[in-house]
Design a protein around this ligand. Structure first.
Ligand code: ADP
Ligand code: NI
Length: 219
């Protein structure tokens, strides 16, 4: 099977599995990450075959949604790629990228990533900010039964109530826990440039959110 055929087969496999996903890890998230990773990867001189496979397979089984199994994603990806006859080195590399992105998701800086891993992580992180990032945060919050915002977590001690396991967790809180830090945690110049605008979208959105929440626009 040619590299192109392997990519197309993998696209079909992932699309089939994630089509009806509704937590924000759906096929269209993967599709955007795939496109961004290809563009960033080409500029950075990364191995585009590995970048594409890792981007396509990176959310094939998310530990936050599969009951906490962090090995399931890398394992499913490796089994799939072996079946297609992908060389062992590339299988191991893709699987390692998926594992590192998964494990280190909540640790913002991870220096152990290969260039290809950095490219995919940047592409994934870009999809968590900007207008799309906002939509995904609320989709995820709804999916995990979190409220939009909890005013009792009012930002004192930096707590906006977005912590993963916090009973007071909220989607707006997640912006303060994670999304506003992503701009500063990117690896590549291309992603950093794109993030400038997307970060401003987050800031403007929050400003407007609190203006309306406090009724300032109606006073
Ligand atoms: P990815 O799967 O893209 O690597 P995550 O699994 O960390 O990233 O998050 C997926 C999406 O869900 C992101 O858009 C993120 O903002 C959102 N998300 C993750 N955790 C929360 C949370 N606690 N509250 C709201 N949104 C969240
Ligand atoms: Ni993702």
């Amino acid at each position: 099977m040619s590299k192109d055929e392997i990519i197309q087969e993998t696209k079909r496999f992932v699309e089939e599995r994630l089509r009806d996903e509704s937590s924000g890890h759906d096929w269209w998230h993967v599709s955007r990450v795939w496109r961004s990773a290809m563009i960033i990867g080409a500029r950075e001189g990364a191995d585009i075959f590995v970048v594409q496979l890792a981007a396509l397979l990176h959310d094939i089984s998310d530990y936050k949604l599969n009951g906490g199994d962090k090995e399931a994603g890398p394992w499913i990806a490796a089994r799939w790629l072996k079946k297609l006859g992908v060389p062992d080195d590339d299988v191991a590399h893709v699987s390692r990228i998926i594992r590192s992105i998964g494990f280190e998701r909540d640790r913002l800086i991870n220096d152990d990533l290969s260039l290809e891993g950095k490219v995919v992580q940047d592409a994934d992180r870009l999809d968590a900010i900007g207008a799309i990032g906002i939509a995904r945060a609320f989709a995820f919050g709804g999916y995990t039964n979190k409220p939009i915002f909890r005013p009792e977590s009012n930002g004192e001690d930096g707590d906006r109530g977005g912590k993963e396991d916090s009973p007071s967790g909220s989607s707006v809180g997640h912006f303060y826990d994670k999304l506003l830090f992503l701009k500063g945690a990117l690896h590549t110049e291309t992603a950093k440039h794109v993030a400038e605008t997307r970060h401003r979208v987050l800031e403007k959105y929050l400003q407007e959110f609190f203006r309306e929440w406090n009724g300032e626009d109606i006073l």
